[in-house]
Design a protein around this ligand. Structure first.
Ligand SMILES: [Zn+2]
Ligand SMILES: [Zn+2]
Length: 324
């Protein structure tokens, strides 16, 4: 059985844990304050100068709201948000980080190229740090655990100098492709092309709404998986980390909010394990598998679904590909 009775509350994360769901493990260092933690490592201090573009994006995103919203700008912003969220969640996360489905080399390149347009660096950088997160989740070696502070996990780790470069050791399976190494080094190319395309399509409104506002929203939704989905929500599975399932995060991230499911069974391309756990990226991968663009799409094995709820497991979405 995967459910357990709640334990005594010991932390902020545990305080918001729901009854009748598995409790989050205690923080490794309970003297840490989740909101005010400051790293003693000077390389983990925010570099305000090199972070200027990050704040500049936010200023231009706010500027978009001041020039007034119109239907075309809102549509462009939304389309670019959800399309790029697909590339981040299905591409950078489920494919490059976890290899949860297979595809051809051209499609692999397109997933990487699409991912770069989300302005979250290259696929090797993204996958290398994400793989480390799964190995060390919520231990002192976890780069962006909220146990080191909410803001640190949400955005702080990205703005310091320590994690700007990538060690290819953890992503050798990806680094063997020269085109992926190229995109990882020249990760600014995708955003530059998108910026020009937004200007051509919608002028300055296209740039502010389609590029800057959409990108900033995309960033914070992605960051929320590291911060909010390790603090707020329910825990179905008793994992050794603080991961949680959050419908709200799932809705804004095309399905990544089922983070406790994901930490329990990370190689599944499907993160919403049951039919009511909305997982837009999986539905799209399922669609792509029907036309042969991706294959061997991994899903959670029946023993995991049946162990939780045998009745509803049988009514869940059909799977294409493999369940391991
Ligand atoms: Zn996580
Ligand atoms: Zn993951």
């Amino acid at each position: 059985m995967y459910r357990t009775q709640p334990q005594p509350l010991r932390s902020m994360a545990n305080t918001i844990s729901s009854a009748n769901h598995a409790p989050a493990p205690a923080f490794p260092n309970e003297s840490m304050n989740v909101m005010k933690y400051a790293s003693p490592d000077p390389k983990e201090k925010i570099n305000w100068l090199s972070s200027m573009p990050f704040f500049g994006f936010h200023a231009l995103a706010v500027a978009a709201l001041f020039i007034g919203v119109d239907r075309a700008s809102l549509l462009l912003c939304s389309v670019l948000y959800f399309v790029r969220m697909f590339f981040i969640t299905a591409g950078y996360h489920r494919y490059f980080s976890h290899r949860s489905f297979k595809t051809g080399r051209t499609m692999q390149f397109l997933l990487a190229l699409g991912g770069t347009t989300a302005v979250q660096k290259g696929p090797l950088w993204w996958a290398a740090y994400h793989r480390k997160h799964h190995i060390y989740a919520d231990t002192e070696r976890d780069i962006h655990s909220p146990q080191r502070g909410f803001w640190w996990s949400h955005v702080g780790w990205i703005l310091c100098d320590k994690y700007k470069t990538v060690d290819y050791k953890g992503v050798r399976d990806l680094a063997k492709y020269p085109e992926l190494r190229f995109l990882d080094r020249q990760h600014w190319l995708g955003p530059a092309v998108l910026l020009i395309a937004c200007a051509l399509v919608g002028g300055y409104r296209g740039v502010l709404f389609g590029f800057f506002l959409s990108t900033v929203l995309l960033w914070h939704a992605t960051f929320a998986v590291n911060s909010i989905a390790h603090l707020f929500g329910r825990r179905r599975y008793e994992t050794s980390d603080t991961s949680r399932n959050s419908l709200l995060v799932a809705l804004v991230t095309n399905g990544e909010g089922w983070h406790n499911n994901h930490h329990y069974y990370p190689t599944s391309a499907r993160q919403g394990f049951f039919w009511w756990e909305i997982d837009l990226s999986y539905y799209m991968l399922y669609g792509l598998s029907t036309i042969g663009l991706v294959h061997d799409v991994r899903t959670p094995p029946q023993r995991i679904l049946l162990g939780h709820s045998p009745q509803v497991a049988r009514r869940t979405l059909p799977s294409r590909g493999v369940a391991r």
